[in-house]
Ligand binder design. Structure first.
Ligand SMILES: [Cu+2]
Length: 138
């Protein structure tokens, strides 16, 4: 058991040194959401993700609303496509914006309407979870 812990520690410590990148420093700003013009109960989330540190990835998103489905989307050839993750390069800014990368939510309850706020928890591969409050616009 102690050997195992030591081995795991060695891997963790080793990954933080040498040629691998420094820890990411993620900040999220300018978040907003819009209802889908096409699908009832669906919407898109947009925001600016800044990274002042090493590389990271947005690996998943959850909402404070039970029963909703959330996907990471990109737009290619004017069509939305689902992506598994969104890379956040080192010392770079990733814009989630209309016609480009965004977070899609489906199956929102009817009680969610213009002006409603909900909490979105973004799961980053290296930075862990960040929760942002987003207000729905038209
Ligand atoms: Cu979408």
């Amino acid at each position: 058991m102690i050997m195992l812990v030591a081995a795991v520690l060695a891997v963790i410590l080793g990954s933080g040194t040498g040629c691998s990148s420094s820890p990411p420093q993620i900040t999220i700003e300018g978040q907003y959401a819009e209802f889908s013009p096409l699908f009832i109960g669906a919407g898109s989330f947009y925001m600016t993700i800044r990274n002042a540190g090493g590389r990271d990835k947005l690996a998943g998103v959850a909402a404070s609303l039970p029963g909703t489905v959330i996907e990471l989307h990109d737009v290619r050839d004017k069509r939305m496509v689902r992506v598994e993750e969104i890379p956040i390069p080192a010392r770079d800014t990733v814009e989630l914006k209309p016609g480009s990368l965004h977070i899609m939510i489906y199956n929102m309850p009817k009680a969610i309407r213009q002006g409603s706020e909900l909490d979105l928890t973004l799961r980053f591969q290296r930075s862990g979870e960040r929760t942002v409050t987003v207000r729905l616009q038209k």
